[in-house]
Ligand binder design. Sequence first.
Ligand code: AMP
Length: 432
Amino acid sequence: MSQIKAVRGTRDLLPPETELWNAIEATARGVFRRYGFGEIRTPIFEDTQLFARGVGEETDIVAKEMYTWEDRPRAQSEKAQMLTLRPENTAGVVRAYIEHKLGDTGLLQKLYYIGPQFRRERPQKGRYRQFFQIGAEVIGPVSAGSESPLRDAEILEMLATFLDELGVRGWTLELNSVGSAEDRPRYVEALREALTDVAPTLCVDCQRRAVTNPLRVLDCKVLEDQEKINALPKMADFLDEDSRAHFAAVLGALDACGVPYSVNPRLVRGLDYYTRTTFEFTHGGLGAQNALLGGGRYDGLSEAIGGPKAPGIGFAIGADRLVLTLQAAGSTVAGDAEGALLDVYVAPIGDAQQSDALVLARELRRAGLRVELGDGSFRLKKSFEVGNKIARSIVLFGEDEAKSGIVTVKDFKTGQQTKVARSELAGILRKT
Ligand code: AMP
């Protein structure tokens, strides 16, 4: 029979790597809590229209990369609904914000999420078809201060703190303003015009983008195109007074916090909903897929999907890429190799001791120790071999030990073997 494998672009995350994932997620939860965020969990699939209208029909994500299918109608008279595995989580969060009328509180909503996203991209290192994002959104009515540039700066400062706490060194923050909903069309028009002459000399992708989505030309990575693209009109020259002041205030607040950044006038990002501030944190160690996380402001998204005016700003961290970065740096956030070992291997001597040994393991586990229970059919030599691979110490538990209440413990590192009263075992193991 042919072997069934994980689908292209998806992968299994195994221990001990999952320890690192857990450590990253725990750090994220801890940092987000300190900044007043609460967790939201939205469905993995949504109505396709949410992404078509939220993310934008012209984006690569919606045009090419979504996993979409027609649901089976419940009744013959019913129209089949088109469903999509979420390619990102911001649209889902904003849908939930609208659906649960969270804006009626009059307060800013600060929500974070952790979960898988799906895009049919060409898989390579750091780019998968199922990948994981850790993201957060700040959204609310204008009266709650949701448009304030301080919210942008706070989010960026929080991200810098998160990366610092994880021990990620050498990150770079690039940011830009893509202007308001009024500024953007004027800029796109100017870009389109400038591209009529330039586009035919650019790469084939750019030639296509020049027609479908001119902003995406600014994302081009082809070396020969760079000079010509740098000479195209700049978004900064099309910002109105308000957007200009907003961006200046964001930069000023970052300066005040001492968060380092550089302004990249070409940073437009792949989702249509962005307005004003857009940003990306990159890391040199990641190679071609160097974006660790990205985000920005989306002042018109709620209205685009049928909600009230609710400006917001958010980001999504690529957890897969964060793991790659930390692994490459030899991170110890998830503990060192020795910390991955269990505290003790309980080795029953003989089948008859199996259930008594389970009781001993239960006592030790209840005392908070990490315990593996051996197999009574193993010879002593095999118990020692297995125990040595997975635990720091071994406890031998035979008929004599069960009767006397005195067990033999061996510490694998020191080689020391001692006899210990069962009642004192947990305390002693905890200290070694
Ligand atoms: P986006 O939702 O496109 O703004 O992406 C935010 C972050 O998610 C990026 O900076 C990446 O770190 C990560 N990301 C996006 N697409 C993928 C993918 N296909 N595989 C792995 N990570 C991804």
